[in-house]
Design a protein around this ligand. Structure first.
Ligand SMILES: Cc1cc2nc3c(=O)[nH]c(=O)nc-3n(C[C@H](O)[C@H](O)[C@H](O)COP(=O)(O)OP(=O)(O)OC[C@H]3O[C@@H](n4cnc5c(N)ncnc54)[C@H](O)[C@@H]3O)c2cc1C
Length: 460
């Protein structure tokens, strides 16, 4: 008789695991059932800001594989609109509620992949049901926002609460749709994924495209008129709004896991070993935004909810379930985004992370350009490096600049991943031609500056 794999959560991590398992084991050997409570499988939440802005015209362009494709090509039984409400590890079965048709089903499993993603952080003031207020996590959230934006009376002024990368991307999307936008952030700058000196460059670019940046403000409530949003109330007064987008961060979605007794780590994410097995729960695997992972530089557990990790972790789980061998080695915190044409990249530790991890370090900022200074289109690029003292090992890097900035972070990510020192980096054989870089690439200039800073620190 075929074994049965149950997948809870039908997006990046869950369906990567399911399809990898299927590639290694045929239907006669492994039956695969995936439960997804939403309307879609394998969709790109990452693409939502570009759909909302209009750059990507159709929602379906964000769907990589629909249930029919999984059924026909992978022989995976996807059950949409089915929410798993209980996982019973002793009886080895899940209970799923049919959200469309009503009723419940019970399905037994030999293996289980827990891939329920993350849930948005919602302070008390955001828990009510005010029309015109939207979280932005799923295609359904984005559909609801677009319906509101296209409704009457046409919303004209948006407030985005939260200046993380989702808030920043959504603010830009709303500007591109012709709304006026204020972004409210409790911290001194938006974009706290980079250090304040780099975030200030991002804030400048946001102001240039017309986003009103209200930093250092705490939202205390929402004011409504006739059940519809009228203003976001802050400790410094109300900001009028006829549409509000919440970007307050996420936490691992572990409700079922906790009830089932699966172990959680200090970040609140499910603990997994390197093969994505959940310790103490034979046959149970977890992957994606619901798990915590190892930060390879700080050595600490972290929760880094990114699609790039969800796909890799799901793949690792699926290979192992399929009888192969794969491990997920942890993360170094590489991420990229943009505000219009200004690109932002980061990898490794920020200054505050390096301090929290107990490192001695120097931090340098190098100003350069993305192309040879004389080449048309040359624009400023700022590279920040954080290097351990006295070893010189790269601990973190950030880049803000125009074209060719964001993906340059990958050079630095590889250097960091492989444990290079900034001294070794000064000799890296990077490509040069005037349309792509100055003769000294910004990465090399920053590495040289870091070497000088280390020497100066040693002399002190
Ligand atoms: C607007 C936005 C932009 C983003 N941009 C980027 C980016 O540029 N780069 C990047 O790397 N990442 C980005 N991300 C993050 C990325 O989308 C997530 O990290 C990724 O989707 C996580 O995949 P996952 O499978 O772990 O979780 P999810 O994608 O959240 O999928 C989990 C699925 O489980 C389902 N589910 C949950 N509970 C149950 C249950 N009990 N029963 C059945 N189904 C259940 C949910 O409906 C959901 O579909 C972005 C996210 C958003 C929202």
């Amino acid at each position: 008789m075929a074994e049965r794999l149950i997948v809870v959560g039908g997006d990046a991590a869950g369906m990567a695991a399911a399809s990898q398992a299927r590639r290694r084991r045929g239907r006669a050997d492994l039956e695969i059932v995936a439960f997804e409570r939403g309307h879609f499988t394998s969709y790109s939440a990452c693409g939502i800001p570009y759909w909302v802005s209009g750059l990507v015209p159709e929602r379906d362009q964000l769907i990589a594989r629909d249930p029919a494709t999984f059924r026909d090509r992978f022989d995976i039984d996807v059950r949409l609109r089915h929410e798993v409400v209980a996982v019973d590890l002793d009886r080895r079965e899940v209970v799923a509620r049919d959200l469309a048709g009503g009723g419940e089903v019970r399905e037994g499993f030999d293996s289980l992949v827990y891939a329920t993603g993350a849930v948005p952080v919602r302070p008390d003031w955001a828990r009510g049901d005010v029309a015109g207020v939207f979280g932005m996590q799923t295609l359904d959230d984005a559909t609801a926002l677009l319906d509101w934006l296209e409704g009457e009376p046409r919303p004209r002024h948006a407030v985005v609460v939260g200046g993380g990368y989702i808030g920043v991307e959504m603010a830009e999307a709303l500007i591109q749709r012709g709304l006026t936008v204020d972004l409210v952030e409790q911290a001194a700058q938006p974009m706290s994924t980079v250090d304040p000196d780099m975030a200030e460059l991002v804030a400048d670019a946001m102001r240039e495209i017309g986003i009103g940046i209200r930093t250092g403000r705490t939202v205390t409530g929402l004011a409504e008129r006739d059940g519809q949003i009228a203003a976001v109330v802050t400790d410094e007064g109300p900001i009028p709004a006829d549409v509000v987008v919440l970007g307050l961060g996420v936490r691992p979605n572990t409700v079922l896991a906790e009830a089932a007794g699966l172990p959680l780590g200090p970040t609140g994410g499910i603990r997994c070993d390197r093969r994505m097995r959940v310790p103490g729960a034979p046959g149970v695997w977890a992957a994606g935004d619901c798990v915590e992972t190892l930060h390879r530089v700080s050595g600490m557990p972290v929760h880094v909810p990114l699609g790039t990790h969800a796909n890799k972790q799901g793949r690792v789980a699926g290979i192992n379930i399929g009888g192969g061998y794969a491990t997920f080695p942890g993360v170094i915190g590489t991420a990229v985004t943009k505000v219009c044409d200004l690109e932002v990249g980061r990898t490794g530790l920020r200054e505050r992370d390096a301090t929290a991890a107990g490192f001695e370090f120097v931090a340098v900022l190098a100003e350069s350009t993305n192309r040879a200074g004389y080449y048309p289109g040359a624009r400023p690029m700022t590279v920040k490096l954080i290097a351990e003292r006295p070893s010189g090992r790269l601990l973190g890097a950030q880049i803000v600049g125009w074209s060719e900035a964001a993906k340059r972070i990958d050079t630095l990510a590889v250097a960091l991943w492989s444990g290079m020192t900034v001294d070794e980096m000064t000799a890296l054989d990077l490509g040069y031609a005037p349309p792509y870089a100055p003769v000294w690439d910004p990465v090399l200039i920053a590495a040289r500056k870091a070497v000088d800073a280390l020497a100066a620190a040693d002399r002190r």
